[in-house]
Design a protein around this ligand. Structure first.
Ligand code: A3P
Length: 299
């Protein structure tokens, strides 16, 4: 059993440091190699689990809100009374893992893990996976700003040096390119659904309907409208259960900015120079447009 064997529980609240686990960087605060190994090798995925999987800053918490509201038929009671990280715990951090293990099924869980570190027991389960992708240049810009606020992550330095780190995967949770190519290897699997942040923006109603269909939880038009409305950027910004204002100062400097920063598509155009954008495109073309064959995921 997990009880009493969480090694990270006693870790000091050490900010701004990373460790490498199987070639991927993780923050020391709330993470440890032991926990990650437990999650990968011993965590038991259930058939009725729903996993919200993303690379960092790709719309994870927007999807948490959508999935929470779908569960309640659009009724905002749950999202207004329970913190988002309790509604959908982050299973690879130790507080999230403890919450996941205590969660009465059916569980709603979040993860940023690359596929090779995800629980092996997924392979034998019928759990549903929702993977949200976002334009990686917007991910970069969002992560750059976020890294300045949260104590989990190192200060990003200049945008130029952060761009180098991002493109080479020298950031927490590793390379965006590896994450996306790894998880998209499950495309076509009936329990795998993917959507983009941009689709959610352009067609929230259609997106919510498609998610409902995938979950086998069809809602009426009014209920879909209530999901869209209550999961909007403005609704989330005004909801202290969803806007991270309740997050302890141990994790975030609330004076420096807000979690819900802009919530738009294409903000990278306001930040990246032509040269930086081209540098990104060169790597993107190599990794995504003409990828090397990816090894079969272990799952
Ligand atoms: P920006 O920094 O570009 O504003 P994650 O939840 O994966 O950490 O992603 C955070 C990003 O999603 C932030 O992007 C945040 O503003 C945006 N976001 C969160 N909720 C949103 C919503 N309801 N609508 C649009 N964007 C949202």
């Amino acid at each position: 059993s997990w009880e009493g064997r969480s090694p990270a529980r006693n870790y000091p609240a050490m900010a701004c440091e990373y460790f490498t686990h199987k070639g991927v960087l993780f923050p020391c605060l709330d993470y440890s190699p032991e926990n990650l190994s437990y999650v990968e090798n011993e965590f038991q995925v259930r058939d009725d689990d729903v996993f919200n999987i993303t690379y960092l800053k790709s719309g994870t918490n927007w999807m948490v809100e959508i999935l929470s509201l779908i569960r309640c038929g659009g009724d905002p009671g749950w999202v207004r009374s329970v913190l988002n990280w309790d509604r959908a715990p982050w299973m690879e951090s130790w507080p999230g893992l403890e919450a996941a293990l205590k969660y009465p099924p059916p569980r709603l869980l979040c993860s940023h893990l690359p596929i090779q570190l995800f629980p092996k027991s997924l392979q034998r389960s019928k759990a549903k996976i929702i993977y949200t992708l976002r334009c990686p240049k917007d991910v970069l810009v969002s992560l750059y700003h976020f890294s300045k606020l949260v104590h989990l992550f190192k200060d990003p330095g200049s945008l130029d040096s952060f761009l180098e780190d991002f493109l080479s995967g020298n950031v927490p949770y590793g390379s965006w390119f590896d994450h996306v190519t790894g998880w998209m290897g499950l495309k076509g699997n009936e329990n795998f659904f993917f959507i983009t942040y941009e689709e959610l923006q352009q067609d929230p109603w259609g997106s919510v309907r498609r998610i409902c269909h995938f979950l086998g939880n069809e809602l009426s038009e009014e209920q879909v409208a209530a999901v869209v409305e209550n999961a909007s950027f403005q609704s989330m910004k005004g909801n202290k259960m969803s806007n991270f204002s309740q997050l302890s100062d141990k994790y975030m400097d609330h004076q420096k900015g807000e979690f819900l920063r802009k919530g738009i598509c294409g903000d990278w155009r306001n930040h990246l120079s032509e040269t930086q954008s081209q540098q990104f495109d060169t790597v993107y073309q190599k990794r995504i447009d003409q990828p090397k064959p990816v090894p079969e995921p272990e799952l």
